[in-house]
Design a protein around this ligand. Structure first.
Ligand code: URA
Length: 296
């Protein structure tokens, strides 16, 4: 791949800046044209696992996880898909709301998320990362959106941030399997960019339904974007972390809520772990005093 002028490194850096994080085919393919021809994208064998990455960047991926099968190509209007959300933002939100409301349980909700075509992030993500954990979990942690590792695995918080989140959970005497973990947005934004307001508004409908179905004792938004979205305020995370408040569900059910720093922020700013430790102690104390959990 490299040449005498090192230009390949520059091209790869450019792709990376554009949000391209997987190399899946030998030659570039025009997915818009292929969608028009209603032809399937030829999926090279061996992708979706750790097998030989190949040297052409494309944003259409094959997925081998059970959570989602490979998508053929970028859907467009002719296919009846409404991924061009900017043209119909209100319709996308209404579709999402209808699908979410109609879901009586988590498997149905997750299937609805997989099937939803109203968020353009779906087109650039490898697969959806719905939440995971038990119904009735004492604590539900919610981040902003999956990153690269989560996008590859189809599971929330499995990368470096997730490993730190696991340690935070262990610090209060629980394990990952005891709690519920999810994100406001179930698809990775390209290059981990900030989700747009309309993307957030659309996906918020799903996370709100997920919270209602999980029915946790305590909701913990991780980081400013999740806290602002779920707690419906415009307060920075520096001011709202560590303060007990109430999450207001669409069904008028209230849930104890305590926002804290996002683990990714802690990885960059380890000095702030001290404050998160205080939040975790407060969480544990609230579980014991208000929700009948045995003390450690
Ligand atoms: N950051 C998030 O907000 N969510 C994840 O799942 C991973 C990283």
């Amino acid at each position: 791949m490299s040449n005498a002028h090192g230009s390949d490194d520059i091209i790869i850096a450019f792709w990376t800046d554009c949000g391209i994080s997987a190399l899946v085919a030998d030659a570039p393919q025009n997915h818009f044209e292929m969608a028009q021809n209603k032809a399937d994208v030829a999926v090279p064998e061996g992708i979706g696992g750790a097998t030989e990455p190949q040297m052409t960047a494309t944003r259409v991926h094959a997925a081998s996880a059970p959570a989602a099968g490979p998508r053929a190509a970028l859907p467009h209007h002719d296919d009846g898909a409404r991924l061009l959300q900017d043209d119909h933002p209100q319709d996308a939100v209404m579709d999402a709301r209808e699908m979410a409301r109609a879901a009586p349980d988590l498997p149905t909700l997750h299937a609805a998320i997989e099937a939803f075509e109203g968020c353009p992030l779906k087109a650039t993500a490898m697969r959806a990362c719905p939440g995971e954990g038990p119904v009735g979990a004492p604590i539900m942690f919610v981040g902003e959106a999956p990153g690269r590792d989560e996008d590859a695995a189809g599971r929330p918080f499995v990368g470096r941030s997730g490993k730190l989140l696991d340690k935070m959970i262990a610090a209060i005497g629980l394990s990952r399997e005891d709690v519920y973990i999810s994100n406001v947005i179930p698809w990775r934004p390209p290059g981990n960019r900030t989700p747009s307001p309309i993307e957030t508004a659309t996906c918020e409908v799903f996370i709100r339904r997920e919270i209602a179905l999980v029915s946790p004792k305590i909701l913990v938004p991780l980081g400013g974007p999740a806290a602002k979205t779920l707690l419906r305020n415009d307060t920075g995370i520096m001011r709202q972390r560590g303060r007990w408040t109430r999450y207001m569900g669409d069904d008028d059910r209230e849930v104890d809520a305590l926002a804290t720093f996002h683990p990714a922020y802690l990885l960059r700013t380890p000095g702030e772990k001290r404050r998160v430790w205080q939040d975790l102690l407060a969480l544990r104390a609230r579980l014991e005093s208000a929700h009948g959990f045995a003390s450690l």
